[in-house]
Design a binder for this molecule. Structure first.
Ligand code: NAP
Length: 287
């Protein structure tokens, strides 16, 4: 068997076209334009690229965006003041603090300062708790993008064995919760997992988000598995690869995401989605 590729770029393009229509409708019928504020503290080069891509995606879809650049030595209190002002601004429906932030600023304190109703990244404790309770407010963008890809490919989830490799707060854990909510049987693996292959071989759907190139090889998966590779790793020769040995594993899988062009384009797309939903909710609250 050779796997069919899941084309995240194409799915993202299709969704973004739908979102543009939704935004135009919001503007025409209700006079509101979804707005997002992005705060970038410091000058991390990778963050610069991510933020630029987010702003461009907003512009192309019709979302209003504001970028606040703060120097790396910004006192925590100044960042908090900026967040407070954005929390109070009715034109801003989503607030995003680009991670990582400098070490002198408390990440939990920053995430909790953002109004949960504008927390389009879904990182506020309230939103994390809501996800655990199965009552999602804003699903975190990367796992939400994976969920949309699986939905687009009509992959059955209910009753399936899902193995998530990686247990971070932004990808692995919320991914596991979201698929559990869809009634999959879910195992989460991490660095201390003994005999990773013992788990991955059970997977009908394998989601890998470890940040380790070549972690999953063909002998670790069963025939027909659906493989979602969230990993993004830059090799010394400059190539961008995921966490899965793509050429080997695709010989056994039924569906597989490439890197790049799989999960990556979906993450920003889900940020657009959450911002539109936030604007739509603000309308309901205002009426
Ligand atoms: P992270 O915070 O570093 O978490 C990595 C997770 O993988 C941890 O739970 C870690 O276990 C686990 N892990 C590491 N090595 C492992 C191994 N050898 N076997 C089993 N588990 C292992 O990373 P992250 O932010 O979740 O990101 C993961 C990857 O996804 C990265 O490559 C990142 O660039 C990529 N990513 C992509 C997107 C996208 O849009 N496509 C978005 C976010 C992240 P412990 O918990 O035991 O440390």
């Amino acid at each position: 068997m050779t796997a069919r590729l899941i084309d995240g770029k194409a799915v993202a393009k299709k969704l973004r076209a739908e979102y543009s229509v939704r935004i135009a409708d919001l503007k025409a019928r209700h006079g509101i334009v979804p707005g997002i504020a992005v705060i970038l503290v410091g000058d991390n080069p990778a963050s610069e690229v991510y933020v630029r891509n987010k702003i461009t995606a907003c512009r192309d879809t019709g979302i209003h965006s504001e970028l606040y650049r703060l120097p790396s030595d910004t006192p925590e209190a100044d960042l908090m003041k900026r967040i407070d002002a954005l929390n109070a601004d009715p034109a801003v429906h989503g607030i995003l603090v680009q991670l990582p932030i400098p070490a002198h600023i408390s990440l939990p304190a920053v995430l909790e300062r953002i109004d949960p109703s504008k927390d389009v990244d879904g990182f506020h404790l309230y939103n994390v708790g809501a996800l655990v309770a199965g009552n999602t407010v804003f699903p975190p963008c990367t796992p939400f993008g994976v969920q949309k890809l699986l939905e687009h490919e009509n992959v059955p989830i209910e009753g399936r064995n899902v193995v998530v490799v990686g247990a971070s707060n932004i990808v692995g854990k919320p991914m596991a919760l979201m698929l559990m909510k869809q009634e999959a049987t879910v195992a989460i693996c991490h660095k201390k997992t003994r005999d990773l292959a013992q788990f991955t071989r059970l997977a009908d759907i394998l989601v890998v988000a470890a940040g380790v190139p070549g972690l999953i090889t063909a002998d670790m998966v069963q025939d027909g598995v659906v493989v979602i590779d969230v990993g993004i790793n830059r090799l010394p020769d400059g190539r961008l690869v995921g966490d899965v040995d793509f050429e080997g594993v695709r010989q056994k899988a039924s569906l597989i995401t490439p890197v790049p062009g799989g999960v990556g384009p979906m993450t920003i797309t889900m940020l657009l989605h959450n911002t539109i939903v936030s604007a739509e909710r603000s309308l309901k609250l205002g009426s």
